[in-house]
Design a protein around this ligand. Structure first.
Ligand code: ADP
Ligand code: ADP
Length: 228
């Protein structure tokens, strides 16, 4: 489903962020992306979202080389990917319900579909009773569950998570991981950049470790491998 072929990214200051990376991820996989700060994890994610372009190499997603994608097709491409961030990034002036509905409106969903789908998503993340709440009225764990519901709203085949538990206590972190694990079991591919050693070590999923822009480890049932 995702294939990086000899991908390099050199930023303007001649800094090599990724150096000749090749990696393939199959549909339905759960992949942890680990490595020290500055290793290239964020660059990898930005390339996958087509927020930046590689200096060289190809990035194939669902059979299409996204580096060659026409500008007008980029929004359609991105709709196929749900994104979850460390800082939640909910719209503060919209309720829980509206945050999810808005993501569907942007993707031109009908109001009938929105009315059917939003309660389903809220039920999946256990927040049906909070649909009228605003983000500031929710705990961090609840806000992240809303963000996950929003990420799922347009039925993406891929969810990318950038440090999704970085602002959460251990209990809420595990609740989020259980939710992501369920979503993965229903067939959605998950790529998650993280520094959460306990979570990576307990879940035994595929672990891809980057260091200085190079993949130094790729294990099917891996561990975190660093002390922090
Ligand atoms: P990580 O997410 O693993 O911390 P990044 O992908 O953010 O790593 O960064 C990889 C390297 O590229 C780092 O050395 C960083 O300083 C550099 N880098 C990241 N973004 C830019 C940029 N916009 N311009 C120049 N250098 C950058
Ligand atoms: P805390 O007591 O610090 O809030 P938890 O009770 O949530 O933390 O978890 C304690 C440890 O048990 C975790 O660090 C983890 O190693 C393990 N653990 C908790 N929940 C799960 C889970 N759903 N799957 C696998 N391991 C888990």
């Amino acid at each position: 489903m995702i294939e990086f072929r000899n991908v390099s990214k050199i930023y303007g200051n001649n800094h090599i962020a990724l150096s000749n990376i090749s990696l393939s991820i199959k549909k339905g996989e759960f992949v942890f992306l680990v490595g020290p700060s500055g290793a290239g994890k964020t660059t990898f994610i930005k390339l996958l979202l087509k927020e930046i372009e590689p200096t060289s190499g190809q990035i194939i997603v669902n059979g299409v080389d996204i580096t060659q994608l026409k500008r007008r097709k980029v929004p359609f491409y991105r709709r196929n990917i749900g994104v979850v961030f460390q800082d939640f990034r909910l719209l503060s002036d919209k309720t829980v319900y509206e945050n999810i509905a808005f993501a569907m409106e942007i993707a031109n969903a009908s109001s009938k579909d929105i009315k059917r789908k939003v309660p389903q998503l809220l039920s999946l993340v256990g927040l049906l009773n909070k649909e009228k709440f605003y983000p500031h009225q929710l705990s961090g764990g609840e806000q992240q569950r809303v963000a996950i519901a929003r990420a799922l709203a347009n039925n993406p085949s891929l969810i990318i998570c950038d440090e999704p538990t970085g602002n959460l206590d251990p209990e809420n972190s595990w609740a989020i991981m259980e939710l992501l694990n369920e979503i993965n079991k229903s067939g959605t591919t998950i790529v998650m950049a993280t520094h959460a050693k306990d979570i990576v070590d307990a879940m035994r999923k595929r672990v891809v470790a980057l260091e200085k822009g190079v993949i130094i480890r790729d294990e099917q049932r891996g561990v975190y491998g660093y002390d922090d």
